[in-house]
Design a protein around this ligand. Structure first.
Ligand SMILES: [Zn+2]
Length: 58
């Protein structure tokens, strides 16, 4: 069996574990109105998704 050559220090393993669950917040811009929106979701400002009107706004 392969064995690790050296024991990892506490701070090293803590840093590695801290990094596990973290993800950068995903942000996309609407093509139509150029506002910040979540990716793969309908724009809340103009109601469009991939050039299709999904929700009518006003
Ligand atoms: Zn939009």
């Amino acid at each position: 069996m392969a064995e690790p050559k050296k024991q990892r220090s506490r701070s090293r393993s803590r840093k590695a574990k801290n990094n596990l669950g973290w993800k950068a917040p995903s942000i996309a811009r609407c093509i139509e109105c150029n506002t910040v929106k979540r990716p793969h979701q309908v724009c809340m400002n103009c109601g469009e998704y991939r050039k299709n009107k999904i929700i009518s706004t006003k």
